[in-house]
Ligand binder design. Structure first.
Ligand SMILES: Cc1cc2nc3c(=O)[nH]c(=O)nc-3n(C[C@H](O)[C@H](O)[C@H](O)COP(=O)(O)OP(=O)(O)OC[C@H]3O[C@@H](n4cnc5c(N)ncnc54)[C@H](O)[C@@H]3O)c2cc1C
Length: 323
């Protein structure tokens, strides 16, 4: 049985996704535990140059073809299947992202390998694979012992620290012959970029995140003032976006964005699993909520049980007076 690990690297417009480095970090741990090699699988056209950023891997398996110039689930799944068939790793990691989830189930079907979705962790112990997955939208964690010689694990973004997988270097490149890609039913037409002109909350170091406790759109000015005083940005829970009080680009959570700021100040947010999924990776979580039983306090490092309209203006004053 092979002990190698393969990471199907995700990239868009020539930029490697953060989750790719997270998976390489996790892949390194698995390769060390099983005594195998760590492969990065790179798919696209003109992407071999990205291999220099994948120094955490022992080797980069590249599938290059003109038809892979733009992402389409059908073509990329065929290419990933060809690479995984050639490498036959013990475990293949794909991202639990919109792209990765597009392919993971298809890969599982094509290769006949079991798939563990929504993985928060995977471990190899004496060759046996265990995966910890989120189920019921993150309300429960399930630990599964995965049978068979090969498996696919779809890793949730944030499941490992990207820093450990971010290493420059020149791992040897193995070219994998591309599969036949004629007669594809899914064709790339154009890339529609997300709404421009707004801040990218995934890159902000400080987020003041507002929930339904804010009461009305006009009150958002109160948290905005604090965010500005702290040098951060305003983000929110889903109901705030659903009501049109903030744009979708500010939504944190399962159907929004995953954020990992240094400080996440959750203001009037209850802490539903779908929200927590997007912010639990923050370095420091501070929650302000009138309800001492609010689930947000289960993940917060510091909690204030109080009315946000008492705390936020006072905090803003304090921050401003120190500036
Ligand atoms: C498939 C699916 C995907 C979803 N995706 C997301 C997602 O991406 N992101 C997301 O956030 N949600 C998502 N949701 C919705 C999620 O389940 C919750 O409904 C939502 O997160 C609740 O938002 P909230 O905490 O702002 O509101 P509420 O749950 O209504 O909480 C408001 C909180 O404010 C507190 N409060 C009230 N007044 C004050 C005050 N004056 N001062 C201080 N505290 C006060 C209350 O005690 C309460 O805890 C999703 C749901 C589903 C089904």
């Amino acid at each position: 049985m092979s002990a190698d690990i393969a990471v199907v690297v995700e990239h868009l417009e020539g930029v490697l996704a953060e989750v790719s480095f997270e998976m390489l970090a996790k892949g390194r741990e698995l390769a060390a535990a099983g005594g195998g090699m760590l492969w990065a699988v790179l798919i696209g056209h003109g992407v071999t140059r990205l291999a220099g950023e994948l120094g955490a891997a022992d080797g980069v398996a590249v599938v290059e073809q003109e038809a892979l110039a733009h992402y389409t689930p059908e073509a990329y799944e065929k290419a990933a299947a060809a690479a995984l068939q050639a490498l036959a790793p013990r475990v293949a990691l794909v991202a639990s992202s919109s792209m990765g989830l597009d392919q993971a189930a298809g890969l599982s079907g094509t290769l006949g390998w079991p798939l563990c979705a929504y993985c928060k962790d995977v471990a190899l112990t004496d060759g046996a694979l265990t995966a910890v997955s989120q189920i019921y939208g993150g309300k429960l964690l399930a630990t599964a012992e995965v049978p068979g010689e090969h498996a696919i694990c779809a890793m949730l973004p944030g499941a490992a620290a990207a820093a450990a997988g971010r290493k420059s270097g020149t791992p040897p490149v193995r070219e994998i012959p591309p599969p036949a890609l004629d007669g594809l039913r899914v064709r790339f037409k154009r890339l529609i970029q997300p709404e421009g002109g707004d801040v990218d909350i995934t890159r902000e170091g400080i987020l003041v995140s507002v929930g339904r406790g804010i009461g009305s759109q006009d009150n958002i000015a109160v948290v905005k003032e604090l965010a500005e005083a702290l040098g951060g940005a305003v983000s929110s829970s889903r109901p705030i976006v659903d009501q049109g009080w903030l744009p979708k680009t500010r939504q944190v959570g399962k159907s929004g964005l995953s954020v990992k700021p240094k400080l996440y100040l959750a203001v009037g947010i209850s802490g539903a699993p779908e929200h927590i999924e997007g912010m639990r990776g923050a370095e420091l979580i501070v929650a302000i909520n009138t309800d001492p039983g609010a689930p947000i306090f289960d993940v917060a490092h510091y909690g204030v049980v109080s009315d946000l309209f008492d705390v936020i203006p006072a905090l803003t004053e304090k921050v401003k007076s120190r500036a």
